[in-house]
Design a binder for this molecule. Sequence first.
Ligand code: A2H
Length: 256
Amino acid sequence: EAVLPQEYTGIKIEITEFAEKAQEVLKNEKFDLAGKKVYLVAATLRPETMYGQTCCFVSPKINYGLFDAGNGEYYICTEKSFKNMSYQKISPVRGDYNYILKISGSTLIGSKIHAPLTPLEELRVLPMETILESKGTGVVTCVPSDSPDDYATTRDLYNKSEYYGIKQEWVVKDPVPIIKTEKYGDLCAEYLVKELKINSSKDTVPLATAKELAYKEGFYNGVMLVGKYKGEKVSIAKEKAKKDLIASGEAFAYSE
Ligand code: A2H
């Protein structure tokens, strides 16, 4: 286990229409959405991949909180992560926070969202059972072109949508190519999942190998295919994309 702090980019993914069950929770808790913006905060180590987002994952087993982030903005993330944020000048009051209500991941599934940089205008919140409650914000944005976990989970959700209690049309079947490497082409996660014969999102051991290979190859040899930094190396685009997202108010730096 690493002892150095991990610096994530917290991506603000706006909820544009809550799923019915979530609307009931808000109603019961008397949370009026008028004049407010509610965001799922996804923790990522790959801000340059936000061009390839196809959905946002929450865990159906995690209880999230809705927290007041100031200026009419509200964040949905784990309580632990919001508490950490409150010591990082991300929320209004240092070391203290306004816990508005608890909301389970399962009630959020199916909500409509708008995520930064992706060309896909309207995405959905979908379930990912392998999300760890202890890491990041407990919310993971889905980039199936470059994350083997996201690719495998998306494929499971599409093939077994009924089992997962979702509508198949909520799942974006095809990843969006955003980065090219010599070794793995322009959809490295798909390449590695096939190469390592990964059958499902529960194949944790080969998925960890695939994740490692994809991360290294992308970072050292990847070139951006889209966006403002098209043609630039991933290692360079990463910091620039992060700075841009923070400057535009669509993300913030978050450490733990
Ligand atoms: B990454 P590290 Cl394109 N549980 O973002 C499980 N996974 C989590 C998580 C949690 N609670 N919180 C964050 N993550 C994921 C993009 C991405 C990511 C790409 C490729 C690789 C990749 C899009 N998903 O991660 O354990 C998030 O997914 C592979 C390293 O702190 C986050 O970055 O090292 C990454 O894992 C954090 O991983």
